[in-house]
Design a protein around this ligand. Structure first.
Ligand code: ATP
Length: 243
């Protein structure tokens, strides 16, 4: 089943092109990576899927239903969560409080929220261990773990995450990536934006490469690893530069 399907999606900021005519799909249970240099349009695409901004053209379907102009909040209720770049956790609240906030809006009552909290703490012991700590005292890697844990509180069908490895040392990156694999094993589909190409291709089954707002390359990760067009996209070369 298609968890996400984008057809001809174009997003503009006034006259500035964010993305143009993007076709993309993610099947249920897959981890798919969205790659590309700074400004290629990766965050724009995630924002369009989560409903923070609306495309000028094209359609976005979630498990077969067209999102149309559905609000970001309703998309969360339908099972789509977005962990934005920079994590946006509440530094003056404890880990426990941050997690509880992740369930508001989707878990209707206190009992459901408490049950979900126990499930998430069971999955990610690091969060249990530091439950009472203020989130602002956590390291960058721990904050990323918290941001993913908070997203999982709404029991999402699809998790979108923007640059989870940004600013983390390699050991912490491993912890975060193990966590994403765990999330996928539990049946949550993952759409991952990542600057670290080799890392993303290790975990993703397929990837899309954006350049200046357009998809210039896509396919199974194994076939992209050695594809020179992938590095070209980062270096700003276009397909026309090849003969
Ligand atoms: P990065 O890795 O730097 O976040 P990205 O691939 O996520 O890059 P986007 O942030 O989606 O790229 O940007 C795509 C294009 O849209 C760029 O040309 C950018 O300058 C432009 N853009 C992004 N956000 C805005 C905005 N709020 N207003 C105007 N233009 C924007």
């Amino acid at each position: 089943m298609r968890a996400l399907e984008l057809n001809g999606v174009s997003v503009y900021y006034g006259a500035v092109r964010g993305v143009e005519d993007v076709d993309l799909y993610v099947d249920e249970g897959e981890i798919v990576a969205l790659l590309g240099a700074n400004g290629a349009g990766k965050s724009t695409l995630l924002k369009a899927i989560s409903g923070i901004i609306h495309p000028r053209h094209g359609s976005i379907a979630f498990f077969g239903d067209n999102f149309g102009k559905l609000s970001a909040h309703r998309r969360v209720i339908q099972g789509l969560v977005h962990v934005p770049e920079g994590r946006r956790i509440f530094t003056t609240l404890t880990i426990g409080e941050n997690l509880e906030l992740g369930a508001y809006g989707t878990q209707r009552n206190r009992t459901e929220r408490a049950r979900r909290l126990n499930e998430v703490l069971g999955l990610f012991p690091l969060l249990q261990q530091h439950f009472q700590r203020l989130a602002g005292t956590l390291s960058g890697g721990e904050q990323q773990v918290l941001a993913i844990g908070r997203a999982m509180m709404s029991n999402p069908r699809v998790l979108m995450i923007d640059e989870p490895s940004l600013g983390l040392d390699p050991q912490k990156v491993d912890i975060v990536y193990d966590m994403l694999e765990e999330v996928a094993k539990l049946g949550t589909t993952v759409l991952l934006v990542e600057q670290n190409v080799s890392l993303a291709l290790e975990i993703a089954s397929r990837a899309y490469v954006l350049q200046q707002g357009s998809v210039v390359l896509s396919g199974p990760s194994a076939s992209l690893v050695d594809d020179s067009r992938l590095s070209d996209a980062y270096l700003g070369k276009s397909a026309d530069d090849h003969d």
